[in-house]
Write a protein that binds this ligand. Structure first.
Ligand SMILES: Cc1cc2nc3c(=O)[nH]c(=O)nc-3n(C[C@H](O)[C@H](O)[C@H](O)COP(=O)(O)OP(=O)(O)OC[C@H]3O[C@@H](n4cnc5c(N)ncnc54)[C@H](O)[C@@H]3O)c2cc1C
Length: 510
């Protein structure tokens, strides 16, 4: 079978499927191809206010009303109760020290909670990717995209692209002017075009172990039983991207409504290479043994997905540059990935899909298309480098929680500043994700990095920490529109949600 089409998209994760939905609206003929089939396990589940803002704006701009309910917990539950998600009110962090039981403190010095929404109805979500990705690929098909699963393609020619694959014993041939690579970690075009890998230039070096589990007990309950002041928490710490901060990395826990919890450990790979001969499960148990307060809530937990059991990665970082050529484009997660910390992946993918659809809507061919794709490639390059800076600063600070919190504030300042700009000018999204090309943002981040370097180089004595915190406030002040340094209860950020800030401002508050 030979199909001539405008665009072939390799990979039907939510990125590829959503792009094909938008391109279909723009009048392009699209063929979407995946080597696997839905529903299938996928990692990368915790969304953010930026992700949901982009999703809502895409639903509105491209008249895709079925997308909009996915952008808020309340509308998701009401409209698609059969699609599994989890409630995410914000980010919660608890600092553990190796070999020690976590001791809740009156002053919350070893905790940090940052609200991303003011109530459950408008909260973010954790996406059960097997459900969400299947939903989107079906919507893409219903809208007219041709979809082939179980198909692995090879490249037979270019200009136009000639691609051949086998599906259930039949030969499939595709001819297209443009190829979009949404294959993520698999890096279809990186292999076929022998594109340069630049991971060697990245500062972050982490690896991970993860799975979906049943019977992960509540961390909120664990804290309550030990007399922690959970009433000071602006939201239940389980209804969040829960981070257990370790000395060598961190653990995430993302709870879904169906009793399943996504749990993973991300480790500083330079300091903690895998022990030769140790299986992923043995390593998992070993780490739990090092952190007694993590072991208890996970004591009865059973792996339910992936079917192959607990998954262990090598180094997670990847970076391919350039991210576009004359007749090909990589989606953000195919061009690169840094780390699950800060949950940037979904939002970054959505921002790339948004930008690419905008480019293809405006520039159908010729020089202007090539220039726009070169700008896309530059933007993705800056964004990956920027996320690397935000994440690596946190990894460097893992052992000293006040520094980790300060490094985390760089992300919250950049993210809330980006969300605010998007809300203020919904028709004109910022040119780079998180403001990665904005001189004011870059200046602020560089200033925090310098003071972090100084604090790390000293012995982190109280005086050094005070100096660090003062310079952090000064540096991030121009980006901070949500009161990151004005929490009524230290480390408990109740009013950092932009929906809350916008409501207060509309009512004449500060
Ligand atoms: C450990 C870990 C944790 C993460 N946690 C988060 C998080 O909490 N929040 C967040 O926002 N992001 C997170 N991410 C990032 C997130 O996973 C990605 O941003 C997201 O999956 C991107 O979606 P996508 O559709 O672009 O690609 P993918 O989900 O990677 O989909 C790629 C698709 O391509 C298909 N494919 C691969 N090769 C081929 C081929 N040769 N031919 C055809 N099809 C092919 C695959 O089968 C798959 O369906 C995490 C990533 C990792 C590694």
């Amino acid at each position: 079978m030979l199909i001539q089409t405008d665009i072939v998209i390799i990979g039907s994760g939510f990125g590829g499927s959503l792009l094909s939905l938008l391109l279909n609206r723009l009048g392009f003929r699209c063929v979407l191809v995946d080597r696997a089939s839905h529903p299938r396990f996928a990692i990368g589940e915790s969304s953010t206010p930026a992700a949901n803002l982009i999703l809502r704006q895409l639903a509105w701009k491209y008249d895709l009303p079925r997308l909009a309910p996915l952008a808020r917990f309340g509308t998701w539950q009401a409209t698609y109760p059969h699609l599994t998600c989890g409630l995410k009110r914000g980010f919660s962090y608890f600092k553990h020290h190796r070999g020690e039981v976590f001791l809740p403190r009156e002053d919350h010095a070893n905790e940090l909670l940052v609200a991303a929404s003011s109530q459950d109805a408008v909260a973010d979500t954790h996406w059960l990717r097997s459900d969400v990705d299947q939903f989107l690929v079906e919507d893409a098909q219903n809208a007219g995209a041709i979809y082939f699963d179980h198909t692995e393609l090879s490249v037979d020619g270019r200009d136009p692209w000639l691609l051949t694959g086998q599906r259930w014993g039949e030969t499939l041939q595709l001819e297209a002017g443009m190829l979009v690579d949404a294959s993520g970690e698999a890096g279809f075009l990186r292999k076929h075009l022998r594109l340069e890998g630049r991971e060697g230039e990245l500062r972050t070096n982490s690896r991970s172990l993860f799975a979906h589990f049943h019977d992960v007990s509540s961390w909120h309950a664990w804290l309550s039983e030990r007399g922690a002041r959970v009433n000071d928490h602006p939201f239940c710490c389980d209804h969040a991207a829960l981070h257990q901060v370790l000395d060598e990395g961190w653990m995430w826990q993302l709870r879904f409504q169906n009793g399943v919890t996504s749990v993973g450990i991300a480790l500083d790979a330079a300091r903690c290479p895998p022990y030769p001969g140790q299986t992923p499960l043995e390593e998992w148990k070993w780490w739990l043994g090092q952190y007694p307060s993590l072991k208890e809530p996970l004591e009865k937990a059973v792996v339910v997905r992936p079917s192959t059991g607990l998954h262990r990665t090598g180094r997670i970082q990847r970076w391919t540059s350039p991210a576009a050529g004359l007749d090909w484009v990589l989606l953000p997660n195919t061009a690169g990935f840094i780390d699950p910390l800060h949950s940037t992946g979904i939002a970054h993918t959505l921002s790339g899909v948004e930008r690419l659809a905008g480019i293809l809507a405006q520039h159908r061919e010729g020089d202007s298309l090539h220039r726009a794709l070169a700008d896309y490639s530059d933007a993705i390059h800056h964004e990956i480098a920027f996320i690397d800076r935000l994440v690596s600063a946190c990894y460097r600070s893992l052992h000293e929680f006040p520094l980790f919190v300060g490094a985390g504030m760089m992300y919250f300042a950049a993210a809330t500043n980006y969300e605010r700009r998007r809300r203020m000018e919904p028709g004109k999204p910022p040119s780079a994700f998180l403001g990665a090309d904005d001189p004011e943002v870059l200046r602020a981040i560089a200033a925090v990095e310098s003071s972090l370097d100084r604090a790390l180089a000293s012995d982190c004595l109280p005086h050094d920490l005070e100096q660090f915190q003062a310079s952090l406030r000064d540096a991030l002040n121009p980006l901070d529109h949500v009161g990151l340094f004005r929490a009524e209860i230290p480390h408990m950020h109740a009013h950092t949600a932009l929906d809350d800030v916008v409501t207060q401002q509309a009512a004449g508050g500060t």
